[in-house]
Design a protein around this ligand. Sequence first.
Ligand code: GDP
Ligand code: MG
Length: 681
Amino acid sequence: MVQFDGTQQAIQLIDEEKRFNGDVLAQFKEWVGNRDVGLNYHVIAVFGSQSSGKSTLLNTLFNTRFDTMDAQFKRQQTTKGIWLAHTNDVNCVTESNERGSDLFVLDVEGSDGAERGEDQDFERKAALFAIAVSEILIVNMWEQQIGLYQGNNMALLKTVFEVNLSLFGKNRNGHKVLLLFVIRDHVGVTPISSLSESLVSELEKIWSELSKPAECSEALLTDFFDLEFVGLAHKLLQPQEFENDVKALGDHFALENHSSYYFKPAYHHRLPLEGWTIYSQNCWEQIENNKDLDLPTQQILVSRFKTEEIADEAFKNFSANYHENIDPMIDDKDKLIAAMKKLRESCLDEYDKQASRYLEAEYMEKRQGLEEKMVSKFTVTVQDFLTNFSNCLLKATRAAIEDRSSNKTFAERSEVSQSSTKEKFAGVVEEFNKEGFISSCRELTSNFENDLLKEVEQLREKEVTAIMTRAKKTITLKIKDATIGLLSHPELDVWDKVMEMFDSTIKESIHKFMEANGDYDFQVGLSNEQNEKLVRQIYHAGWHLLNVTVHDYLKEDTVVGILRDRFESKFRYDDSGSPRLWKNEEEIDQAFRVAKEHALEVLGVLSLAATSDHVEIIAKFDDCEDADEEFYKDDVGIYHSKRFAHILNEIQKEKVLQQFRRQINVTVLDSKRSIIKSTTS
Ligand code: GDP
Ligand code: MG
């Protein structure tokens, strides 16, 4: 047989002080190296009275190096405790060049019958531990002990049965242990078959006398144990036969296709080797603290711990590679998705490979946790991608809305681009969502739609501002000129005309920006209410303008000028528009009276803005800068200004009259002087 690792020194798994060896994991790593052993390993323990050649057997069978009592110095004591050795090298008849399974062998060193007492405790604990962690328990005994009901041996078997019931009685789960009786110094006179018969009846007797828990009072010995019997020749007297017997025994441990290969799946504790040390340590601690050892719970605890450890490691590797794999793909959606998929797959592969060997429920639970952790990392990446993507989308949408080359209105353009943009964004989000790369897509989508709405709102505002500026510009030019034009040559109904011009100018400007049907719609997709507000704003702008124009223009001097104009045109020209030639003073006085009356007809009109049916004109504003009594606010919050109509007060009118009179008097005097001149010359 090829020696793979050489025979290795055994280590003390549990020492004399009953302490568990904390370095055992490091030792495992040394034994196993980088090989992935997984579930493909076995644990064997040995039991039997002191100095019955147990360690000698193990060393011969498994090529281990447990301490043995030296034959020459018989009473030299080996070190107490539970010892552990590793082998790939079973001594067998059929030699193979292949490496055997990894076997872990537990050797129990108790103390001699002489000094028992407190050591019964150790024997019992050792038995519990051996059964909790191993698949095969070798029960080592001398042939002479069989049928003698020797107390020592019986007590040991009773212990084994009892602890086994305490471990598996409640929750057997089909688990079994193989009890391999190795009969030493088998002379051969009594065949193994009859020895085993007496052993079985001995065992049945012990089993029947055992006080069993209620749940398994009817249980049979064979529900819990498989039994095998092997005889070995006397090592010292028949060394060659002993060697051959051991090799034949070895075949049962080494050859998986052997008709009675010892390791059956029902014996295995279904924990990968990486979990075994924690499991065995937990078991020992519970035993040592005299707690009920609950194996299924132990398996769950180990599975939980290990799957978490594996998941953490897998996530660590995932994170370490994350940025270098993902960052270069951030601008290309398809490549990004492919890279994310690949990373996730390799992370899950890594996890599955090791963790799937632990209990299903724990394995699945941690797997889900691992996936969630990956998703939260992916989500950040997807958000980064979407930030870029949405910026591009918004830019394109803005360009499409601002593109006036089609004859679509703003409202139509924004409607169409908005819905196609939303669709595009939702489509991309769905691609990530479908792969499970984001935890929730609703928030992402609604955030984007808000941004989009804000963007469109901004564009709309810009559009509205532009429309309003244009509208105000057209009315400014028209209202100012037309008002001054009308007021500079007033008739009695001048305010009717001003108002007519005012209304039509504003309506015209509004209509220019509204649809032909005249509804309040500025074609920018505003609500009726917003449209009405804009119309009101244009009106108010008009009113402000009219107010300023009228009051700036109709100052006292201007009014005097207008009156004088009106006077002069009546006084100096006849009805057909020809200049008058005065014949005498009466004629002048007559014309003067008529012209003066004619001129003064409009003083009232210019002092108070009122329609021809004597209704004062009231201006309407959205706001008022100084809220004096001349403003009043109506139900809809519009300020009505009475001040608009009141252009000249009584004192001002008096001043106008005075100046006007002075000036026309001069005109009359001049006219009279011209007669005198013409008569005297
Ligand atoms: P353990 O205490 O059960 O581990 O026993 P050891 O393996 O240390 O051996 C105890 C003594 O028994 C040693 O002196 C061995 O030489 C001796 N011994 C080993 N194998 C045999 C055997 O097959 N037959 C007999 N009679 N003695 C053996
Ligand atoms: Mg020994």
